[in-house]
Design a protein around this ligand. Structure first.
Ligand SMILES: NC(=O)C1=CN([C@@H]2O[C@H](COP(=O)(O)OP(=O)(O)OC[C@H]3O[C@@H](n4cnc5c(N)ncnc54)[C@H](O)[C@@H]3O)[C@@H](O)[C@H]2O)[C@@H](O)CC1
Length: 494
């Protein structure tokens, strides 16, 4: 699992490490790690020149020391000092080290044209304007210099891209767009959350010897190696009931295919059994496409309610189906609530509950619970809105997107953030497959946070496998779940 610590926790972890080390040691380690990465990128690109953009804080200090090391190694190094008060505000020992090593110093406020020219000439540009002490946005001088970076330069952000909210929540303001971020000790939330992930580029973590395991994570990301740890693998004593029976209330006369996709995904991901409840058309399709599914009600360990369900449907059969859906919501069993089923949520549930909206559905849910929220609002601040929905409903919320976010109802709990899927997965029916997969995991006893994030990872990997760089269809993703789970489990044996 990749863990990112909030700025507050990072500072606490750094303080603990600094108490054990000589003064300045952490900064030296950071600078050495940064210089090593810059050297590698210069070698890969046959580059000779480095330009360092340097701000007033310790982030600028790391960057100045790294510029000194790169100068010593024979690269042509320029450092551009951004603060209004020039030399007086930047890390003094770092500046001395860079100058002693032969780096050319340009004070941007004194020589704006020289600064622009220096920046334009860098094969590698180090963004050391601000790190975890930064507020969102770039000041005009910084923005002008960032604009002057050559298109083919390799931009390395030092610790955190300047202009981002390091905690990854506030989307306001311009930011540097980095090819790579070299971060120290541990990832920061901006590296893993939608507001910052694009601008972060490739993430390289340099070990500077800070211990972070006992500090709580603000953001977590499951990796392929976590699958074997979390996946419910049956043992010799298991039968189909002990492995988990999933009741699926999905599909209707309008969106009948959603039932096939969700049930297929549940079966392909190894559920003990599916009991399917639907109206005549999807019942016929499910019987035909997934003979393993049992049609009709019975005992289940968890419910999936909602894919393709029309909460407004009328008529005897649709009303009977909606009645089962309402009973599932009122039950004390774990539940995945998706798509049309989200409209049926009227009160807080005690049992484990996973809501799986996309941005539009989350906006609709939040608007029903409080002031109007638009889809654009959710897309702008996905974590805040997912958290609000989780707090208001008491459920775990999985907000689907190119980065999918999963948050539990505890406001202090971590955000799970997954980006495993190719963009081709943005296709009709993909959500029905995810819901079926999450249902399998909830029925097997996983908690909603693990079920949601693990389902997102496996769904994305299956889509990648089917895509191979080309289009995917949702049914193919569902059918790829079996080999995908098998291969991910095999990694543990390798
Ligand atoms: N604390 C430590 O032990 C270590 C810190 N390190 C480095 O230190 C950094 C944190 O240093 P600081 O706490 O000094 O903070 P920063 O260097 O990130 O930024 C603080 C300075 O930037 C100014 N500032 C904030 N937002 C701005 C904006 N949008 N535009 C222009 N200026 C802005 C602030 O007024 C302040 O002067 C880390 O990101 C990391 O690079 C590393 O040396 C590793 C060890």
């Amino acid at each position: 699992m990749i863990r990112a610590l909030s700025v507050t926790e990072v500072r606490a972890a750094e303080r603990a490490a600094m108490a054990q080390l000589p003064e300045g040691e952490l900064m030296q380690r950071a600078a050495e790690g940064l210089a090593a990465v810059a050297t590698a990128r210069l070698a890969e690109r046959d580059g000779r020149s480095v330009v360092a953009l340097v701000g007033a804080g310790d982030n600028g200090g790391d960057t100045l020391y790294a510029a000194g090391l790169l100068s010593d190694a024979g690269f042509a190094c320029a450092v551009v000092l951004l603060p209004d008060s020039g030399r007086a505000r930047v890390h003094p020992a770092g500046l001395r080290a860079a100058e002693l090593a032969g780096a050319a110093v340009v004070v941007a406020v004194d020589d704006p044209a020289g600064a622009v020219q220096a920046v334009a000439e860098g094969d590698v540009v180090l963004d050391g304007i601000v790190g975890i002490g930064g507020r969102p946005g770039l000041r005009p001088r910084a923005a002008e210099l960032v604009d002057a970076i050559a298109d083919d330069a390799w931009v390395i952000a030092v610790d955190v891209v300047s202009g981002l909210d390091p905690d990854g929540l506030d989307p306001d303001g311009d930011a540097v767009w980095a090819d790579e971020t070299v971060t120290f000790g541990v990832p920061k939330p901006a590296h893993l959350l939608p507001a910052g992930e694009g601008a972060t580029g490739r993430l390289t973590v340099v070990d500077i010897g800070i211990e972070t395991d006992e500090f709580p994570a603000a953001v977590e990301r499951l990796t392929h190696d976590d699958v074997a740890e979390l996946w419910p693998v049956p043992g010799p004593g298991d039968d189909k009931y002990s492995r988990g029976v999933l009741g699926v209330v999905a599909g209707g006369e309008t969106y009948a295919g959603a039932a096939v996709l969700a049930v297929t995904a549940a079966v392909e991901s190894g559920v003990g059994m599916v009991r399917y409840v639907g109206t005549p058309t999807p019942v016929g399709l499910v019987r035909h496409a997934v003979p393993e599914a049992v049609v009709g009600e019975g005992r289940v360990q968890a419910w999936l309610v909602g894919p393709g369900l029309d909460p407004q449907a009328t008529g005897a059969e649709a009303s009977a189906q909606l009645q089962v859906a309402r009973e599932a919501l009122a039950s004390d069993l774990p539940l995945v609530l998706d798509a049309g089923g989200l409209d049926l949520l009227t009160e807080t549930r005690e049992a484990p509950t996973l809501l799986t909206p996309h941005a539009g559905e989350l906006a609709r849910l939040l608007s029903r619970l409080g002031p109007t929220v638009t889809r654009a609002d959710v897309e702008r601040e996905p974590v805040r809105h997912a958290r609000r929905a989780a707090e208001q409903t008491g459920a775990t919320v999985l907000l689907k997107g190119s980065t999918t976010i999963v948050v539990g109802p505890d406001p202090g709990g971590p955000v799970r953030s997954q980006t495993d899927a190719p963009a081709w997965l943005a296709t009709a029916g993909a959500g029905d497959v995810l819901a079926g997969l999450a249902g399998t995991l909830l029925a097997a006893g996983l908690d909603p946070l693990d079920a949601g994030s693990l389902a997102t990872l496996v769904h994305g990997v299956a889509a990648d496998r089917v895509s191979g760089g080309g289009p995917v269809r949702a049914l193919a993703v569902a059918q790829a779940l079996r080999p995908t789970v098998r291969d991910l489990l095999r990694r543990a044996d390798a």
